[in-house]
Structure formats: C-alpha cells, structure tokens
Design a protein around this ligand. Structure first.
Ligand code: TXA
Ligand code: MG
Length: 346
C-alpha cells in the first residue's frame, strides 16, 4: 500500500489536508494522527471492517479492544449507555484530555471495535489536529497507539513512519506529542478503577470523586488468577530487543548491585541526574533520564528512549526503579512491562 505522509502544524491547521484525511476515514481507510498522549492509528469506530484493518496493520491480537475518540459529548450519548454522575464529574474536569473512560456500549458499536466486549473505551482528546480530524470525519474514531504491536508507543511522526509506512493510507506528522504516555484508563461501569495509570493520577482523580481503586495487576505479571481488566495490559509491551532489568531499593543499594552485575557484562545503566555520581568509576555506559524531581519530563522521554536503547550496542540494561506514586506509578507500569517483569529487589 502507498502511504501518504503529510505534515500538519497544530498551531496553523491546513483544513484541506484534514478534509482529505477525513475522507479516508469516512471511506473505511486508516489514518495515523497525533494526540496529546501518543500517536493513534485511526479508523471509523462504527465500521466493523475498518476496525478490523487496524488489527491487521498493527499485528494486534483481535481480543484487544480499541478506544473510540470523540470530539463532542453528544457523540458520547450516541455510543454508550449509563453515563453515571461519577463519570460526569470526571468528564467535566478532565475532558478534553488524557483520560479514557470505560462505559457499557450501545448496540451500534461493532464487536470488532471492542474485541467482543460489551463495554467501550472512550476518550475526548485535546490535541487540535485530533479534534479537527474527528469533527470533519463526523464519526467516532477508533484508535490504538500507532505502533507495531509490542513496540513502544509512538511519540514522534518518525516513530509512526518506522512502524506503519506501507500499511496505512495516511500518516499525519504533527511533530512531537505533548505528553508522551498513553491516557489514564478508568473503568466507570462499577466502582471506579484505574486499569492503566497515566498523567491523570489517582491523587488527581480523588480530588474530584471520592475513591478510585487501582487494578491489582498494574505492576505485576498477569496470570490466570490475576488477569488485567484492560485486555491489552496482558501482552508483552513497549519492549526493546535488548534485555532490560529493573533494580529496586535505596539508591545506594541499587548502585551497589548494579556495579556488581555490570562487572562481567557489556551493560548500560539508566539512572537519574541525582544518582550519576554513584556510577562514576564504572565500566558501563551510563545514561540519565534527567532530573528525578521532574517526572513529567521523564515520562515524556520514556518511549523514545526505549526505541533508542537497541542502538547502544550493549547486551543488557539495568534501570533504577522509580517511586510508585503520582506519575511514578505510570512510569513504573510501562517500564515493568518493557522489562518483561524482570525486577530485582535489593
Ligand atoms: O492515550 C491513549 O489512550 C492512546 C491515544 C492514541 O489515544 N491510545 C491507546 O490505545 O493507548 P491502545 O489501544 O494502545 O491502548 C488501549 C488500552 C488497551 O490496553 C486495551 O486493552 C484497553 O485500552 N481497553 C480498550 N477498551 C477496553 C474495554 N472496553 N475494557 C477494558 N480495557 C479496554
Ligand atoms: Mg498501545
């Protein structure tokens, strides 16, 4: 397939290009586009055949449901049932933005969009290009992250081109995304529960509604007994080809353990500015994520970094763990998966 690549500037949107992209969506085709979280691979969420094409282009298992992206609250009422008061409070505060809510779906949403589930994930993005495309298309747009299944989510146009050139009709390159981690997913069909952590943290949600639970499996290896409620969270994800191991404990103990581990190996170390000194006499590549007190920046870098580590030419990477609170929970959720759950406590 010939993929058309167009550059669009979010600050000065070329309506003609958006119209052409919307035509592709209306005709059942695939368009990759930027959102404020990561790039999405879009198709008409109400067209069963169009949704199926997404799975094929990404190589995604068909039981892994898609998020429907909307650009107005009227559309929400058309596609889901039972928007509770709790959901309304969250919508008021956090939409448009990096939050996805799970509702009971209406009949008109095809099973191929929801992987056979009776629920539907919905998000109202704030990115101007995304909003313009959804509005012009006139339909909700089903969009998973625009990466090949298993690879880190794309935060730059070049990541999408690397993964999907030749497999989709159009790629809209809108430059680097603002946030860089996928949306926080909250199931609001029962007791509100976070199924995937993101920039909107448990603490932020609990300022708006009383209590938000955390799905038990956010940092653990999924098992028969503890299957994650977001089906996508059970698959190997975000993984570089190079082996990645996370070391958890006090900074001093972590550094001690990493020094021992790296003695006999061709290794790299992922640390933060505040701990770089601890690795000064070591025969390994030492790379900092940045300032430990700036988790936003670290979260923003994570997927681009996970795509680049394979170019380092090392056999194994040791990464310091982060505190699992606030945005640190989302960062550790992605890192733990990227490491295939190899976490050593020291
Ligand atoms: O920020 C984002 O959410 C990005 C951008 C493009 O909007 N999208 C995204 O989609 O991350 P994707 O497909 O890569 O991840 C969606 C996650 C998967 O883990 C999927 O299993 C879960 O949402 N999910 C979707 N529908 C669900 C449902 N009805 N119930 C539970 N989990 C659901
Ligand atoms: Mg994804």
């Amino acid at each position: 397939m010939n993929t058309e690549i167009v550059k669009i500037d979010a600050a000065n949107i070329d309506e003609k290009q958006i119209e052409r992209a919307a035509e592709i969506i209306k005709n059942g085709g695939l368009v990759a586009f930027p959102t404020e979280t990561v790039y999405g691979l879009g198709a008409n969420a109400l067209d069963a055949e169009a949704s199926r094409k997404i799975y094929e282009a990404k190589g995604r298992p068909s039981d892994n449901p898609l998020i429907a992206h909307i650009a107005s609250l009227e559309t929400l009422d058309e596609i889901v049932e039972d928007v509770s008061d709790v959901a309304k409070k969250l919508i008021d505060k956090f939409w448009p933005g990096p939050m996805t809510l799970i509702f009971n779906k209406k009949e008109m949403v095809p099973d191929s969009t929801t992987g056979g589930l009776k629920t539907l994930a919905v998000r109202f993005p704030s990115n101007e290009i995304a909003k313009a495309l959804i509005e012009k298309s006139g339909v909700p747009i089903a969009a998973p992250s625009a990466n090949t299944s298993g690879k880190p989510s794309p935060t730059k146009g070049e990541h999408v081109i690397e993964d999907l050139n030749g497999k989709v009709d159009m790629i809209i390159d809108g430059g680097e995304v603002g946030l860089g981690l996928e949306s926080t997913i909250i199931d609001v069909t029962g007791e509100p529960t976070i199924l995937r952590p993101g920039f909107i943290t448990q603490e932020m949600l609990e300022q708006v509604i009383e209590e938000v639970k955390l799905d038990q499996t956010l940092l653990e290896k999924p098992s028969e007994e503890f299957a994650p409620k977001a089906p996508g969270m059970k698959y190997r994800h975000y993984a570089p080809k190079t082996e990645l191991v996370i070391i958890k404990g006090s900074a001093k103990n972590v550094a001690q353990r990493i020094k021992e581990e790296t003695k006999t190996k061709n290794a790299a170390i992922l640390t933060v500015d505040q701990h770089i000194e601890l690795y000064k006499d070591i025969d390994a590549k030492v790379v900092s994520w940045g300032d430990l007190n700036n988790m936003d920046e670290i979260a923003h870098k994570i997927f681009d970094a996970l795509r680049k580590v394979d170019e380092w030419g090392v056999d194994i990477i040791y990464c310091e763990a982060f505190e699992e609170e606030g945005l640190g929970l989302a960062v550790m959720n992605r890192l733990t998966k990227a490491a295939g759950y190899q976490v050593i406590d020291v």
